[in-house]
Design a protein around this ligand. Structure first.
Ligand code: LRH
Ligand code: MN
Length: 432
């Protein structure tokens, strides 16, 4: 049994008074779904099998360029980050793997780190390289880019860093590398768009050529920031074209916050599925820019529509369809553990609601161009409160019926504050 950061008795104690009401709610929902020809047990089984990975950088307090307000008991190193990730998984039971960011999480002893994760019941998901900031004394600067930099030496340094990520990931049991670069220009004329992308492609080909067997390379596009006029990998079209150019195991990763307002992201997802290049997701939410807010907190219907595309593809048995799911958020005003728990549940909720869609009925309505009934078919699933299914899946897996209540009852944050003297904040932005 993995070591648990929270006393299992505390979880059982919190679940006690909630079990009977849950059983009643679950029963009633089961009857309602049965009237729609849906067996609740099959849905609950699917919910229990749903997984989304945690970002190691998400368990520390995030910030903006205008400041960061650290929380007592923040993790100070990768081991404490794993401990906090294990708390999330202990209570919500859907987040068994962690995605590391290098060099923020570069361990002195990879074998020790792998063992520490295993002891907590965690594995490692996609590795993330970081060539968007200068982090090593004496390194060539990434001020004007990395994989697309005009100077070969800087590109080689960035390529080497990605290969180091793969090396470390191999020792930790990861099977994917996500590459997001901030390369771009702030002014017209600063970049030759075609040459810049050409340099990026040349660099990514070298990384792709070094991929171990069974590994995937995930390209993450982003509209803007830190560059504010042109970004080398700015949208799904550019990412898709590059993934197609580079090779078989080069796929596209969709970060929900990396698009212009009102872009139809679920349609981008459908396109990438159709062309066999959907590699994965960074789930979060946003109102304006890349706000990295909690998934499902601003546009839950969009998240549902994205999962409608994903569940449909899985249901239709689209060849090679195996996207990676990861949260990528910055928690500036909430307890990161609480936000990650709620966000993991909101992503699972979107998946479960999408699993309720009467897809055969919808297909018939689409063939008959019955637009209104087609929308109503989606809305019927979306407006089904599946909370009893999510809570029951957690309860059966030894998790908490109410994870926030159990977390607060555990005193984990207070105990961490006592054990982890505060680290002096190093200014704004995402903490490593
Ligand atoms: C860039 C991004 C990328 C990460 C970083 C922490 O905005 O989404 O995925 O490397 O955030
Ligand atoms: Mn991201």
């Amino acid at each position: 049994m993995p070591r648990t950061a929270i006393e299992p008795g505390i979880v059982a104690g919190c679940n006690g008074p909630l079990a009977a009401p849950l059983e009643r709610d679950y029963g009633e929902l089961g009857e309602r779904l049965a009237r729609r020809g849906i067996g609740i047990e099959a849905i609950t089984k699917a919910a229990a099998g749903f997984e989304v990975a945690l970002p190691s950088w998400g368990v520390g307090t995030g910030g903006t360029r205008f400041g960061r307000f650290p929380l007592p008991g923040e993790p100070r190193d990768v081991y404490e980050k794993l401990e906090d990730c294990s708390v999330v998984h202990q209570l919500v039971r859907t987040t068994p793997s962690v995605s590391l960011h290098v060099p923020w999480d570069r361990p002195d002893d990879p074998a020790r780190l792998k063992a520490a994760a295993a002891e907590l019941g965690l594995t490692f998901d996609a590795m993330n390289s970081n060539t968007f900031e200068d982090h090593t004394p004496g390194q060539l600067s990434y001020k004007f880019g990395s994989l697309a930099h005009t100077e070969r030496a800087v590109r080689e340094q960035a390529i080497a860093q990605n290969l180091e990520c793969i090396e470390l990931g191999l020792r930790l049991g990861s099977r994917a590398l996500t590459v997001w670069i901030g390369d771009g220009g702030n002014f017209p004329g600063q970049h030759h768009f075609r040459r810049a992308l050409g340099r990026y492609l040349e660099s990514v080909r070298e990384i792709h050529a070094a991929l171990p067997s069974g590994w995937r390379l995930l390209l993450e596009h982003k509209l803007y920031e830190p560059a504010f006029y042109s970004t080398v990998v700015n949208d799904w079209g550019t990412s898709f074209a590059c993934a197609r150019e580079v090779g078989e195991r080069c796929l596209c990763l969709v970060d929900l916050g990396h698009h212009a307002p009102n872009v139809n992201i679920e349609m981008i997802v459908a396109r990438l599925i159709q062309f066999g290049k959907l590699g994965g997701f960074h789930f979060n939410d946003s109102k304006y820019g890349d706000d990295d807010l909690d998934a499902g907190s601003i546009k839950p219907f969009q998240l549902f529509l994205v999962f409608h595309e994903l569940v449909s593809a899985a249901d239709e048995g689209v060849p090679g369809f195996a996207p990676a799911y990861l949260l990528d958020q910055s928690h500036n005003v909430t307890d990161p553990i609480e936000s990650l728990m709620v966000s993991a549940i909101e992503v699972q909720r979107a998946f479960v609601k999408a699993s309720l869609v009467d897809r055969a009925g919808l297909a018939a309505l689409q063939e008959r161009n019955d637009a209104l009934r087609a929308l109503q078919t989606l809305k019927e699933a979306y407006e089904t409160d599946v909370s009893p299914i999510l809570a029951e899946a957690r309860r059966r897996a030894g998790g908490a019926i109410d994870p926030i209540a159990a977390f607060r009852a555990s005193g984990h944050r207070e105990r961490a504050a006592a054990r982890r003297p505060a680290v002096r904040s190093t200014g704004g932005g995402i903490v490593g």
